[in-house]
Ligand binder design. Structure first.
Ligand SMILES: CC(C)(COP(=O)(O)OP(=O)(O)OC[C@H]1O[C@@H](n2cnc3c(N)ncnc32)[C@H](O)[C@@H]1OP(=O)(O)O)[C@@H](O)C(=O)NCCC(=O)NCCS
Length: 171
């Protein structure tokens, strides 16, 4: 029986090996996600890992690669046998805390519309829904955009409109 979430340790992956293990965990996702860009994953600004008492990796999530004070959350994955124990919620709170410490002023995330678990996790973590847009990949998928303001001076409308660019909004 897996351990309860209290026995899960969250930490910032400091070694290339742990980061690579997190990358492999995300790669094991079997729900029709796009192929993982390993280079982009390895360049993440922060990789947070969840480990059980035996030290096994049971979840991970990142603040994606990029510069400046606007950052994207992504690559959230919890091992199937450890789901529904609050690990994604804890990983998301930790990412928000680390983003604040990094001086990030606005966080955003995108989720396929049908990924209810991930969408609800973002909303429960305090993120707000911005809007649905057609995927820029031309797949016809609807992608929900979410944001969290960490600095009230940020002009959310201007920044979110810049981020979504010329994607087609779906009302
Ligand atoms: C999405 C995912 C990370 C959730 O991980 P998790 O550790 O099971 O999530 P948590 O237990 O922390 O749940 C947090 C909240 O998310 C929502 N949630 C999680 N799983 C859910 C499910 N199967 N159905 C509906 N809501 C769900 C709930 O609102 C939950 O809060 P609650 O427990 O108070 O109801 C996990 O299902 C997963 O790895 N999925 C495959 C990869 C993926 O989709 N990643 C996100 C890509 S954008």
């Amino acid at each position: 029986m897996p351990n309860p979430v209290q026995e899960i340790t969250l930490s910032l992956a400091q070694s290339p090996d742990l980061t690579a293990a997190a990358c492999a965990l995300v790669d094991s996702r079997d729900d029709n996600a796009h192929p993982l860009d390993h280079q982009a994953f390895m360049a993440s600004r922060a990789v947070i890992v969840a480990q059980n008492v035996a030290g096994e990796l049971v979840g991970c999530a990142v603040i994606k690669a990029g510069r400046g004070d606007i950052a994207e959350l992504g690559y959230l994955m919890v091992r199937p046998d450890y789901r529904r124990r609050g690990i994604a919620a804890a990983l998301t709170q930790k990412r928000i805390q680390i983003a604040r410490e990094m001086g990030i002023r606005l966080l955003f995330a995108t989720v396929r519309e049908e990924n209810r678990a991930s969408r609800d996790n973002l909303l429960k973590s305090g993120m707000q829904f911005w809007g649905n847009y057609l995927s820029i990949r031309g797949t016809g998928n609807t992608v929900g955009w979410y944001f969290l303001v960490l600095d009230n001076q940020v002009d959310v409308t201007t920044e979110m409109l810049k981020l979504v660019g010329d994607r087609v909004r779906i009302d």
